[in-house]
Design a protein around this ligand. Structure first.
Ligand code: FAD
Ligand code: EPU
Length: 343
């Protein structure tokens, strides 16, 4: 029997911790529970929003519909050879706990994605990435329930349309598909150790490690992240608030004339990826506090809720940042965080 709560406080369920309530709220712990919910009048008569760990959402007002929280748990081995293993992980498992579990079992592929908050089910949605690795590299398939028909469907990796912080689940399937599990293919030996991101090499060098294990890569990533990113249990945030933008080579060359130090990296379609953190810092925002909210002191890409900030305050700060970056560099920043308003 599923439970539906009313006027649920969402602040403790998101890493920004801003005040917001859900008109209706239901936590899903089994697929049978989800099937039951889909037949319920509260589901049928309201708009819906799926919530995982709340680490990539910003509520700018109360939510007038039904919030469905994913609490599906479990990990199962699907197939295994001497070299690799396929595991199916239920969507409500904690992502970082999964990384630690895989590292402990010496299953390689997601160690660079250590310490990313949130649930396993949300990982494919924006194709989480960090330190030279994206989750699309190990995803075999994504399974879930079509929320309009109630039918189960599995999307193979190549059907997920993965891109930088992007997938089919973020676009045409947004709020239409409840991800219930993902299947990952991980290595059991001959791991593809990826230390291409400079900071990882620096940490390993300091520790005199020349051929790191996946455990050592995971530990290095954890160390770097702890030094740069605010811990959401201490200070509200949702990681990078904006995506790193890409611009044309000619736009980049033109900016280099005025800003010879502007960083830029090769991206898809010959475009140049420019770190949004650098652009925001150049506009003077880094470490700035506006009332209850602000821009993190160590990482200009992270907006923070100091104490009792509202979603509206954070969003208003984001809009000011977008407009100053546009004015100074003629670059349009796009939010990575999912903004959930009253409309
Ligand atoms: P939520 O915030 O709950 O939801 C995010 C979106 O997915 C919403 O639109 C929601 O409706 C939808 N959704 C959630 N679960 C499901 C489901 N089961 N089915 C369908 N839709 C669903 N991200 C990175 O990529 N790389 C990083 O390095 C990184 N670092 C971070 C560091 C910090 C300190 C923080 C706070 C965040 C960071 N993030 C990073 C962002 C965030 O952790 C990821 O996007 C994560 O995958 C979000 O998971 P979640 O369960 O919290 O999703
Ligand atoms: N930079 C600055 N000032 C700042 C911050 C960054 O100048 O305040 C410049 C520096 O040039 C630095 C470069 O930006 O070398 C890159 O910074 P960093 O290595 O911190 O990475 P990022 O581009 O800011 C991205 C992801 C993070 C991910 C890290 C590590 C996006 C939007 N963000 O950040 O993901 O953890 O790389 O791979 O792609 C997230 O998505 O929430 C997230 C935290």
């Amino acid at each position: 029997m599923i439970a539906i709560e009313e006027n649920k406080d969402l602040a403790p369920l998101t890493t920004f911790g801003v005040k917001a309530t859900a008109r209706y709220f239901s936590s899903i712990t089994s697929l049978a529970g989800l099937t039951e919910l889909l037949k319920h009048p509260v589901y049928q008569n309201n708009k819906r929003l799926i919530l995982g760990g709340g680490s990539n959402v910003l509520f700018t007002s109360d939510y007038a519909g039904l919030v469905i929280q994913n609490e599906l748990k479990g990990i199962a081995i699907k197939q295994e050879t001497d070299n690799s293993i396929d595991i199916e992980v239920m969507a409500g498992e904690n992502w970082h706990n999964l990384v630690l579990y895989c590292v402990q079992h010496n299953w390689g592929g997601i160690e660079n994605l250590s310490l990313i908050p949130g649930t396993v089910g949300a990982a494919p949605i924006q194709n989480i990435g960090a330190y030279g690795v994206e989750v699309k590299e190990v995803i075999k398939s994504v399974t879930g329930v079509d929320l309009d028909t109630g039918l189960t469907k599995t999307w193979l990796n190549q059907e997920c349309d993965f891109g930088y912080r992007d997938s089919v689940f973020k676009r045409k399937l947004k709020e239409k598909f409840f991800i219930s599990s993902i299947t990952l293919t991980l290595s059991k030996k001959l791991h593809r150790i990826n230390t291409s991101y400079g900071a990882i090499n620096d940490v390993l060098k300091q520790q005199h490690i020349t051929s790191p294990t996946i455990q050592q890569v995971s530990e290095a990533v954890i160390q770097i992240r702890k030094s740069k990113l605010p811990d959401p249990t201490v200070i509200g945030n949702a990681g990078s608030f904006f995506k790193n933008p890409t611009i044309t080579p000619s736009h980049y060359q033109q900016l280099q004339k005025t800003y010879p130090d502007i960083p830029g990296y090769n991206s898809v379609n010959q475009e140049v990826k420019v770190p949004a953190g650098w652009l925001i810092e150049q506009c003077g925002w880094k470490g700035k506090r506006v009332g209850n909210v602000g821009v993190h002191t160590q990482q200009a890409l992270v907006l923070v809720n100091y104490t009792n900030g509202t979603g509206k305050e954070i969003f208003s700060l984001a809009l000011q940042i977008i407009s100053s970056v546009k004015e100074k560099f003629n670059i349009e920043l796009i939010c990575e965080v999912n903004i959930i308003g009253s409309e």
